[in-house]
Ligand binder design. Structure first.
Ligand SMILES: NC(=O)C1=CN([C@@H]2O[C@H](COP(=O)(O)OP(=O)(O)OC[C@H]3O[C@@H](n4cnc5c(N)ncnc54)[C@H](OP(=O)(O)O)[C@@H]3O)[C@@H](O)[C@H]2O)[C@@H](O)CC1
Ligand SMILES: [K+]
Length: 508
């Protein structure tokens, strides 16, 4: 699903008005009307007290349209206008005059803290104070109103975006109204998926307000949300006359004394993502551990006998190499990595200690083959690209790094974002149960295994991140968040593949 920027949303508005030859107020009527229907379907005329807080721009105008529809349909509504500014948008004034002409239930003005109404936990709050037009911190009395609503424990439906949250920047000392649900128009907003904004969002839904299809289909967005529909399109079906060679050979270079689990998890994940063959390259001591833990995985070892890899040399030609999990940061391993990178020609997926070694020796980055995949978690990312002031700057810096080294960056987080050639692919699977040791090693294995099967590195990264999260989502139905372990993510990978096509087969 495309994630439009603020400018693109305003442009989609204009394009719709032009294509349908309608004034902008019609679009507000439509958006507010659909939002009313959303509420009405769920409330079914229950006697709940609804308090609608409106700003003085178009988000507030939407609120007035929702209020009018609710009042006309017999709901108990009190509407407030939060007077954060003396200016009113034209369509806000249009919505106000239609409301005043059709009902005696007129809005009340809130000008300061003294005007705040009492809110009961049983009330339903509709937040239409600020939408995407917020461009600076709200006045302190308005922020107090956000907090007043947050403290009420009432159910809060935010229209378009939670008030106080800017969609294209992080505002200093941001105070945000924390909704129960965000009902967002037409397109999810990128900020919902970034840690600093996303933490205020419990759940969100997109409301299709019928913006112009031609515009939406043709607009090229920087960010895209990856869900099942997008993942399904990437899936490569298997052919009947295939054999294990068809699905490639993955080499996983991983493990050290006390960290063999990382190699096992990565190797198993590569296998379960479908790689035809998997070989692990690890320390000599690791051989019996690998062989007994994963009989399907072949093992090649360093000829030395130490706790850490001292040499990375092998006599086989894998299609792709995943390197890093559990390697440790021993000097001997760093030298081994350097020598390996100098002569390596295979496609690479780099994770964990391999990334830390790259951060310590920036020259090594020049040795990476084009389209290498790097899968840092936030701390590893910081070591690679330096610190950032906020999530938006983080993305910009990641983009510059990816451009400079022609690599694919997989920014692991609650919503992992794959960054490549100026585009952001935002993953929408996964859950907090996956914040567990070894989860990242599994992802490395999955992406490696997909590249072995001839997925191009970008698709392998996007699809791999999706599958990883989906496997975790299916697994928690059995384990709960706390009980989920990385090994289970591997076990549920097959289910994640099946789930891609689950709906079709159920319908048959
Ligand atoms: N296509 C769609 O999706 C459709 C969208 N629609 C709706 O329009 C909404 C966007 O409306 P909007 O542009 O009028 O902005 P909104 O958020 O109401 O803010 C109002 C004004 O406040 C101002 N301002 C900013 N920060 C401030 C601050 N801290 N303290 C005080 N003032 C501040 C700023 O004006 P400024 O002062 O900068 O001139 C801003 O313009 C959108 O979210 C959706 O609900 C639908 O109606 C139709 C289809
Ligand atoms: K809002």
């Amino acid at each position: 699903m495309k994630i439009l920027s603020k400018e693109q949303i305003y442009a989609a508005d204009k394009a719709t008005e032009q294509a349908e030859h309608i004034p902008s107020f019609n679009l507000m009527e439509r958006a507010g009307g659909y939002a009313y229907h959303y509420l009405h379907q769920r409330l079914q005329n229950q006697p709940v007290n609804i308090k609608i807080f409106c700003g003085t721009g178009n988000n507030g105008g939407d609120g007035l349209v929702i209020a009018r529809n609710l009042i006309e349909n017999g709901y108990s509504v009190v509407t407030y206008i939060v007077n954060y500014s003396e200016s009113r948008s034209t369509d806000f004034l249009n919505a106000l005059s239609v409301l005043k002409n059709s009902t005696k239930n007129w809005p009340q003005l809130i000008k300061s803290e003294n005007d705040f109404p009492e809110i009961q936990p049983e009330d339903l709050i509709v937040d239409c104070i600020f939408g995407i037009g917020l461009n600076r911190p709200a006045d302190s009395w308005v922020q107090k109103l956000f907090n007043h609503i947050n403290e009420s424990r009432a159910y809060v439906l935010a229209i378009d975006v939670p008030s106080g949250m800017a969609i294209d920047q992080l505002l200093k000392d941001e105070v945000v109204l924390k909704p129960t649900v965000v009902l967002t128009f037409q397109t999810p907003k990128l900020v919902f998926f970034l840690p600093q904004g996303g933490k205020h969002i419990n759940s969100w839904e997109v409301l299709d307000i019928g913006l112009d299809r031609n515009y939406l289909n043709s607009v090229e967005t920087k960010a895209q949300l990856i869900g099942k529909a997008e993942a399904k399109q990437m899936y490569k079906p298997r052919s009947k006359f295939s054999h294990k060679g068809t699905y490639g050979h993955s080499l996983i270079i991983a493990g050290s004394y006390g960290k063999m689990g990382a190699a096992i998890l990565s190797g198993k994940a590569a296998l379960s993502s479908g790689s035809g063959l998997v070989t692990a390259y690890t320390t000599r001591q690791g051989m019996p551990i690998m062989q007994s833990a994963a009989p399907e995985i072949m093992v090649v070892t360093d000829r030395h006998n130490g706790d850490f890899l001292e040499e990375i040399k092998f006599d086989l030609q894998p299609d792709v190499i995943g390197i890093g999990p559990g390697l440790g940061m021993a000097k001997t391993t760093q030298d081994a990595l350097k020598n390996f990178l100098k002569q390596n020609e295979s496609q690479l997926v780099l994770d964990a200690d391999a990334l830390n070694m790259l951060s310590e020796n920036n020259d090594l980055l020049e040795l990476l083959p084009q389209f290498s995949v790097l899968t840092p978690h936030p701390k590893e990312l910081e070591r690679l690209i330096g610190s950032w002031s906020d999530d938006f700057e983080k993305l910009k810096k990641a983009e510059a790094f990816s451009d400079k080294y022609k690599c694919i960056l997989v920014l692991k987080d609650a919503h992992t974002i794959v960054v490549f050639e100026g585009k952001y692919y935002v993953n929408n699977t996964g859950n907090p149960g996956m914040a567990t040791g070894g989860s990242g090693d599994v992802l490395t294995g999955i992406i490696t295994g997909l590249i072995a099967q001839q997925y191009d590195p970008l698709s392998a990264s996007i699809f791999g991140v999706y599958l990883h999260g989906r496997a975790g989502d299916i697994a928690i139905n059995h384990t709960g968040y706390e009980g989920l372990t990385a090994g289970m993510i591997v076990e549920f990978l097959g289910q994640a593949y099946l789930d891609l096509f689950a709906q079709e087969s159920e319908k048959k």
